[in-house]
Design a protein around this ligand. Structure first.
Ligand code: ATR
Length: 282
């Protein structure tokens, strides 16, 4: 037996409540199949009251899992219950990827990697500018702000319906992050190099406000973390004034890569076949 991995179980989960709509099983199932790996990845519905017991069962090995993904509403609890986390995940206070290593439960958050890898894939030089506008101040916004800061944006303007939440994020992330109420959106878009929607505005084709995308820099990049529909109202508005746009589906696909590699020992690729598979399921 030269491969020590043969002694490791290859059973992973995605846990949430509810969990029916998660597309992660489709993504990991595709990679398992195409890479010829014997393993499983399954949905598990666990209520908030039962989550700590579930985590104890994962950690002890009683549930037979090597790790898994965590989604709404358990990301904060997963972070709090983990034995080991990294600094970026601590700053977010939320984890979406868990694995058991040497009897310890380790946790990280891959949303930021998903966000940047999706944009990097398109070779648009999306991070060469200085000024970014982030619409929204929820959980997804935190990972995005952290990634923008890492990539060197000097001014990150957080615009939110509830000003107080934007203020909280500005306080958490420090001097380069500026909070604004929704009414100031047009003002801060003037001359900005990058725009991202992290709210649910425009999801499932719901109406989204008309924003002055023409006032961004002409080489600005616009993206959306909503991916249903692929061309959201914001991306459509940006495209109509000739701006480069990147849809949010790649963020979902790329955030799955580090977990798969941890649990199953091989790095999967995000390609057009996978993208088409997920689009066909939408
Ligand atoms: P997530 O973790 O996915 O980011 P969240 O924490 O519930 O979800 O945050 C949702 C974000 O979308 C928030 O910024 C929210 O604004 P508020 O902080 O004012 O609630 C924003 N959002 C949701 N629906 C919105 C709407 N109809 N108009 C404007 N902003 C909206």
């Amino acid at each position: 037996m030269s491969d020590s991995r043969e002694t490791i179980n290859h059973h992973a989960f995605v846990v949430g409540y509810p969990i029916k709509h998660s597309r992660s099983p489709l993504i990991h199932g595709h990679w398992l199949k195409t890479m010829g790996i014997v393993g499983t990845y399954e949905r598990v519905a666990v209520s908030p009251e039962d989550f700590a017991d579930f985590i104890a069962g994962v950690k002890s090995g009683a549930l037979g899992y090597c790790g898994g993904n965590v989604t709404i509403p358990h990301k904060e609890a997963a972070h709090a219950l983990a034995d080991e986390t990294d600094a970026l995940t601590d700053e977010l206070g939320a984890a979406n990827t868990l694995w058991v290593d040497d009897g310890k439960l380790k946790a990280t958050n891959t949303d930021g990697i998903g966000f940047t890898s999706n944009l990097d894939d398109r070779h648009l030089g999306w991070d060469r500018g200085e000024t970014a506008v982030v619409l929204g101040a929820g959980g997804a916004s935190r990972a995005v702000i952290q990634a923008l800061r890492e990539r060197g944006f000097r001014e990150i303007h957080v615009v939110n319906r509830t000003l107080e939440r934007a203020r909280e994020l500005a306080h958490r992330f420090g001097p380069r992050v500026y909070p604004h109420a929704m009414e100031a959106c047009a003002e801060v878009m003037q001359g900005a190099d990058f725009f991202v929607n992290t709210t649910s505005l425009g999801m499932d084709g719901d109406p989204a406000p008309i924003l002055p995308f023409h006032s961004l820099e002409s080489d600005a990049v616009v993206t959306d973390i909503v991916y249903v529909p692929l061309k959201t109202a914001f991306l459509d508005q940006a495209e109509r004034v000739g701006l480069a746009t990147v849809d949010g589906l790649g963020m979902l696909l790329h955030q799955a890569v580090p977990g798969f590699e941890k649990w199953f020992g091989k790095r999967p690729v995000v390609d057009e076949v996978l993208r088409a598979l997920v689009i066909a399921d939408m």
